[in-house]
Design a protein around this ligand. Structure first.
Ligand SMILES: [Zn+2]
Length: 406
């Protein structure tokens, strides 16, 4: 033991142990003392204590080891809080719980504060409206002679009847001025009542509720991440026009009356679940060849989509034709088609579905699931064949799980 310790002392600096590893690329020393190490390098990130190495447990991430091209990675891994004893699901649940606890707390605090501010404003207005209310009642009581009539009936005598008749006749004589007087005061009172207007607060409430509905930790529209490319040699694909609209949607139309295929800029991951929404527009007579589907990687530049797996607005030459809800999604040979469809794809489960969107009233799926081949690369693609045709990709996302709408 003593001998070991003695051996770990630096020969040059006997007060220092050789307890460090220096790991510069061309300057590696497995047992070196601090003074020697500092002489050999200016980069203290390239020094690590033997103790650090020996005591590092399963969860430990070194702050500069192993050597990496990007030094930020050490911090990134540390911040990921990779711990063996907590599952990723538990981390998600905790994050989501914390989010909602904090959301509720902040919203409650904000609302309480605002409510108190508005209440104290109201209290300042309070006397005023109270006075106005009493004034209105006073005027009514005066105009109606309510109390005088009460008194006359309570002490009814021969004179009372005469007096009552006179009072009522007076009311008729003053009918115009009394009506005006009351109306004036009613409208002043209403003015005050209407100062409390719930229209805007109710609209804001609805907006807040709508915003809360949009809170989602997993789903994220990815329309910005998707691009469309023209098939390199299939018919007139090169004359397609592809543009990104201001709302980030992607519009594809044809500049000649011939077929053209356009496909997405990525290969579909079989294990991923995708949602695409597509707007279809055509005015053509009985020529609604608007195809949406998937095409094999090897066919994308020389074959039509109908060669792959597709939905066709005209209803023929397609494979997604097994109605699972409602009626057919396609319109057949109708003219003036302007509609949106949603397509869901999960290749690992050989699943492709199409629905009318946003109502999901009509849903169809792939008739023969074996058409989706294993170990085959597919891309999302569209095909159109007339100048008048237009296909717009309105939405694209990947989801953790599909909802139950279709
Ligand atoms: Zn030394």
């Amino acid at each position: 033991m003593d001998q070991e310790k003695k051996q770990s002392k630096c020969n040059i600096h006997p007060n220092f142990n050789n307890n460090l590893l220096l790991f510069e690329e061309n300057n590696i020393h497995t047992k070196i003392c601090l003074v020697c190490a500092k002489k050999l390098t200016k980069n203290i990130n390239k020094i690590i204590e033997h103790d650090d190495l020996l005591h590092a447990d399963q969860d430990h991430i070194f702050s500069s080891f192993p050597p990496l091209e990007n030094e930020d990675i050490y911090n990134t891994i540390q911040n990921l809080e990779i711990k063996k004893d907590i599952s990723i699901e538990e981390i998600f649940v905790e994050k989501i719980n914390n989010y909602f606890i904090s959301l509720k707390k902040e919203i409650n605090q904000k609302i309480d504060l605002l409510q108190n501010q508005i209440k104290s404003k109201l209290i300042q207005m309070g006397d005023f409206s109270q006075n106005q209310r009493e004034l209105l009642l006073d005027i009514y009581n005066e105009i109606s002679s309510k109390f005088e009539i009460q008194k006359l009936y309570n002490e009814y005598s021969q004179d009372s009847g005469q007096r009552l008749k006179e009072i009522i006749k007076e009311k008729y004589q003053n009918i115009k001025s009394n009506t005006e007087k009351l109306q004036k005061n009613i409208s002043e009172y209403q003015k005050i009542i209407n100062k409390i207007n719930l229209k805007t607060p109710n609209q804001i409430q609805q907006k807040i509720l709508d915003l809360i509905d949009q809170i989602d930790f997993i789903k994220k529209p990815l329309i910005d991440d998707i691009e469309f490319q023209k098939s390199k040699s299939y018919k007139s694909s090169q004359s397609l026009l592809i543009q990104r609209l201001q709302n980030r949607q992607i519009q594809i139309n044809q500049s000649v009356n011939n077929f053209g295929v356009s496909y997405a800029n990525f290969i579909l991951d079989p294990n991923q679940k995708y949602i695409f929404r597509v707007k279809l527009q055509t005015n053509s007579q009985s020529d609604s060849f608007l195809f949406v589907g998937i095409i094999q990687e090897q066919n994308k530049d020389n074959k039509p989509i109908s060669n792959g797996i597709c939905y066709n607005e005209r209803g023929d030459s397609m494979t997604i034709n097994k109605v699972v809800k409602g009626n057919n999604v396609f319109e057949g040979e109708n003219i003036n088609i302007d509609k949106e469809i949603e397509m869901r794809i999960h290749l690992a489960q050989k699943m492709i579905k199409v629905a009318s969107y946003p109502n999901y009233q009509n849903i169809a799926e792939l008739e023969n699931k074996n058409l989706i081949l294993d170990n085959t690369k597919y891309r999302f693609a569209v095909e159109l064949n007339y100048i008048i045709h237009k296909i717009t990709i309105t939405y694209f996302t990947e989801v953790y799980d599909f909802d139950q709408k279709m």
